[in-house]
Design a protein around this ligand. Structure first.
Ligand code: ASP
Ligand code: MG
Length: 412
């Protein structure tokens, strides 16, 4: 078998962890498998590098951010390769450029556009375990890029797709995908299976266990994906197509995201093309807009509110100020103290009353809903950040997620 594994920062946090990973990899190699191992930076290295930047400037050039952050993964691939070599196996480490991961040039959140697998295949054919730096790639112009926080998952899935690997295992410090963040909901439960679609929603909605792009790629290229712990040999969570699942839950999981900021534009002229001008300007600045709400018209004006990632607030406000005169809105406000709580479930599409149940759970806790957005399989509410923990627990309880024998199963 050709196995692609990815080990997250906590799995390679210190020399002992790195040696543990090396033994795991070597065991599989000895059983005759071809091994490609993608690693993240050790522990909190990436955060520490970002803290370092804050002491230099609060407006770092994004190209230089990538130059800096990509070093974290370069440390861990070299150390892991040394640990594997010390166990007597043939091994080589490769950074993003060497392994042929080509990306677009959107620094700090680049997308993979191509993978040149010749070198990788040659190294595997030569009997090497190949250790690859996750999270990074290179543009056509040879600039180093990174794929967004948590992007090593995406490196692993993309490599598994390009190599048509038999399996892609994502190793982390928890046993798999949970019904909610166990740090917030103590009786959250590990899911044995989850559909790609549900996982994609959860990942986008703030469940940090998988990078959203990795799930998209896994679904697109049918990569068998297994999320599990590097600290034990338990089975984790397997991702499947909805069609291959025995049961669909109305609600599979609750997610929350604190990296949210809300912007309100008021007295926006109610004319064709206005929304286009606002959101085009944001798109041109590479800002991802999430929830959008437009109020009812009064006196030929209305209000438009939208949310973005909190870490893009500064950039967004600059764009908003820049277009205020040309678009002709009176003013704007912003709120940094908001969060998004969401429920996700593939069975939601065929069930009534799920939204009402969600709003009831929040109302019972006296939590005010500021914005709402839905898709076939998810409902999200923007609320006050300080209400997040209460909201997530209330929703987890409302949809009986801590109970194994949930009675809200519908057949797929
Ligand atoms: N080291 C990067 C981060 O912390 C990438 C990753 O862990 O996947 O975001
Ligand atoms: Mg990490």
């Amino acid at each position: 078998m050709l196995i692609v594994q990815k080990y997250g920062g906590s799995s390679v946090a210190d020399p002992e962890c790195i040696k543990r990973v090396a033994r795991r990899v070597v065991d599989l190699k000895k059983q005759g498998h071809d091994m490609v191992v993608v690693v993240s930076a050790m522990g909190d290295t990436t955060d520490e590098l970002i803290d370092l930047v804050k002491e230099i400037t609060d407006d770092p050039p994004e190209r230089e951010m990538d130059m800096l952050l990509s070093t974290g993964e370069q440390v861990s691939i070299a150390l892991l390769a040394m640990a594997i070599k010390a166990l007597g196996e043939k091994v080589i480490s490769l950074n993003g450029a060497q392994v042929g991961i080509v990306t677009d040039n959107i620094h700090t959140k680049a997308k993979i556009i191509d993978i040149h697998t010749e070198r990788l295949k040659a190294e595997l054919n030569a009997g090497n375990i190949v250790v690859v730096a996750g999270f990074q790639g290179i543009t056509m112009k040879s600039d180093i890029t990174t794929l967004g926080r948590g992007g090593s998952d995406t490196s692993a899935v993309a490599l598994a797709a390009a190599l048509r690997a038999d399996t892609c295992e994502i190793y982390t410090d928890v046993d798999g995908v949970y019904t909610a963040d166990p740090r917030i909901v103590p009786n959250a439960r590990k899911l044995d299976v989850i559909s790609f679609d549900e996982m994609l929603e959860l990942a986008h909605l703030g469940a940090a266990v998988l990078h959203p792009r990795s799930v998209e790629l896994a679904k697109l290229y049918k990569v068998p994906l297994h999320v599990r712990s590097s600290f034990n040999h338990n089975l984790g969570t397997v991702l499947k197509e909805v069609e291959d699942m025995e049961n669909l839950q109305v609600v599979t999981g609750v997610a929350h995201d604190l990296n949210v900021a809300k912007i309100g534009l008021f007295d926006v002229p109610d004319e064709p093309g206005v929304a286009m001008n606002i959101f085009k300007a944001l798109a041109e600045a590479n800002i991802n807009v999430d929830v959008i709400v437009q109020s009812a018209m009064r006196n030929n004006v209305n209000d438009i509110a939208f949310t973005i990632a909190h870490n893009e607030l500064k950039k967004t406000l600059a764009v908003v100020e820049g277009i205020q005169d040309s678009v002709g809105f009176k003013g704007y406000t912003y709120d940094e103290n908001v969060s998004k709580v969401s429920i996700v479930g593939a069975g939601m599409a065929s069930n009534y009353g799920v939204a009402a149940d969600m709003f009831e759970a929040l109302a019972e806790e006296n939590i005010n809903i500021e914005m709402i957005t839905t898709s076939d399989i998810k409902i999200s509410c923007i609320i006050k950040a300080s209400d997040t923990e209460k909201a997530v627990n209330a929703l987890h309880k409302k949809f009986s997620l801590d109970d194994k024998n949930v009675d809200c199963l519908v057949s797929a």
